[in-house]
Design a protein around this ligand. Structure first.
Ligand SMILES: *Cc1c(COP(=O)(O)O)cnc(C)c1O
Length: 500
């Protein structure tokens, strides 16, 4: 399987090269040259397989330059009962005979980014070896919260890698901060940057574009890389769980192989929902894609009108992982919808860069509207969804999942569609305990309560144990107390790697 760039079809690399490079040199994203096809018989046979076997089935179709042994090694290091607290890895919970919740948050950081970031380090180090790269990879991350911790957990103690995460001193929640400063592992470092997320991100960008510094690192045996969500190695593992959910529905007798289902995905960067679209292109019977946004509803408008326009106010919401105005993975979708028209995609991305907006052609808009429904939910509607699902089903959702459920309910009301539907659940309710408690009780209820009290209370109300990784935070020693100015970040990297 070869990969092209969305902005230049003449670029053609294998999977290892695509994963090692991350972003194509001219700014495009790597996409498979053609979609591998699977048959209904193959899909049916997945019902009796483990998650790891299902992962092998899907990944082996895309990473054809990896040996069988290399691929199994990546998969078996990533998806273990020890890390996910369940053999199912991504279990499906039945709310009723139409609504099925695909729980993607059983990993070590309690959010769905673990599904990709647990395997990425192994895909990356294998890709380095395969491309004869002898340098050690140094992952630099600027984080506003979730990605930093998920990357730290993914890369910790992975041979041939080091990771440094910078977070804004006063820009992450108390629990997110604790998750990071108590990080364990012999190849990790964490530093707070005085300033906001933009300061941390700009500091990281500056290091990435400092050629002289990169040369110095290179002489010392280090190559910089990012764990960015546009890397093909982060997208491809996400295709797996849509097949897995479908196989579980067959296995449970809920559907017959070949029946079409709908999927609902709470969306930010468009990675997760794109993975479900790729699954459909491979042959998974999906009828409708319901793209759920919060008040940052740039995708809702795009799906309704065909115009993407990021020139709008940015809203801080109770589903912060979806507070995004540029959905980078949309580029891969447009490339597919235009029939791999690299020049067209490049033009739209240039327009987005210069004017902040672009409009797709009527042909692309028609294809899009046939398959996708876009909707959004404001914070009040999201809270109401948490409360009503808890009351009706005794099931507690996090705020991101609740955005999906709320938008799905609107879709059903508008269309009367009764197709069985998989709702992607992207975080554990414990991770956003304060907002969830306010939804279940009221605002006064949380006043003056610290994070750990709220975890305990949510555990009692929802009658579920606190995930191990969050419960343990209480007693974990703090390992990182570095606080730096934004112009000291390069020095922090040098100190950690002992170069200069
Ligand atoms: C990252 C994230 C999302 C958005 O996923 P995309 O792939 O960026 O669309 C949704 N929910 C949670 C909890 C996340 O961490």
């Amino acid at each position: 399987m070869q990969y092209n760039s969305t902005r230049d079809n003449s670029i053609c690399v294998d999977a290892a090269q695509a994963i090692k490079t991350g972003l194509s040199a001219e700014g495009g994203l790597f996409v498979p040259k053609s979609m591998p096809k699977v048959t209904l018989e193959e899909i049916d046979s997945l019902k009796d397989k483990t998650y790891n076997e299902r992962a092998y089935f899907v990944l082996s179709k895309f990473l054809t330059d990896f040996t069988e042994e290399e691929l199994w090694n990546c998969i078996n290091n990533a998806y273990t009962k020890a890390k996910f607290e369940t053999n199912a890895i991504a279990p499906v919970y039945e709310l009723d005979n139409t609504n099925y919740i695909l729980e993607l948050w059983h990993g070590p950081t309690c959010a769905f980014k673990d599904m990709a970031l647990q395997i990425l380090p192994y895909l990356l180090t294998t890709s380095m070896k395969k491309t004869d790269e002898s340098n050690e990879v140094v992952i630099l991350v600027a984080t506003s919260g979730d990605t930093g911790k998920a990357a730290l957990e993914g890369f910790r103690d992975v041979n041939g890698t080091r990771i440094i995460v910078f977070y804004p001193d006063n820009g992450v929640s108390e629990i997110q901060k604790r998750q990071m400063v108590t990080q364990e592992g012999n190849n990790v470092s964490v530093a707070a940057v005085k300033g906001n997320f933009d300061d941390a991100q700009n500091g990281v960008k500056k290091i990435f574009t400092d050629n002289e510094y990169k040369e110095l690192l290179n002489r010392n045996g280090f190559s910089l890389s990012s764990a960015n969500s546009i890397n093909w190695g982060r997208l491809v593992p996400q295709i797996v769980y849509y097949f897995s959910a479908y196989a579980d529905l067959i296995k449970g007798g809920k559907i017959t192989c070949g029946d079409r289902i709908n999927v609902v995905v709470p969306t930010g960067n468009f990675g997760n929902i794109l993975a479900s679209y790729y699954a459909m292109k491979m042959g998974l019977p999906i009828a409708k894609f319901i793209c759920a946004s919060n008040e940052n509803n740039v995708l809702t408008d795009f799906i309704k009108t065909g115009t993407y326009d990021k020139n709008r106010d940015f809203h801080t919401t109770i589903s912060p992982s979806m507070d995004i105005l540029i959905s980078s993975n949309l580029e891969r979708f447009l490339y597919d919808l235009t029939g791999n028209n690299d020049a067209q995609v490049k033009e739209w991305m240039n327009e987005l860069n210069t004017t902040g907006k672009y409009s797709v052609t009527p042909d692309v808009f028609n294809k899009l509207s046939d398959l996708f429904y876009g909707g959004f939910s404001d914070d009040n509607e999201t809270m109401a969804a948490i409360k009503s699902v808890a009351d009706e089903y005794d099931y507690v959702m996090d705020t991101h999942t609740a955005v999906a459920k709320s938008v799905y309910d609107k879709y059903v009301e508008e269309t009367g569609d009764t197709t069985k539907t998989v709702i992607a659940s992207t975080a554990s309710p414990f991770k956003f305990n304060q907002s969830v408690l306010i939804a279940l009780k009221d605002f006064d209820y949380v006043v003056g309560k610290d994070e750990f009290t709220m975890l305990d209370e949510l555990s009692q109300i929802g009658n579920t144990p606190i995930p191990k990784s969050l419960a343990e935070l209480r007693d974990r020693p703090v390992n990182f107390e570095i606080v730096c100015d934004k112009d000291e970040m390069r020095q922090i990297v040098s100190d950690f790697l002992a170069v200069d």
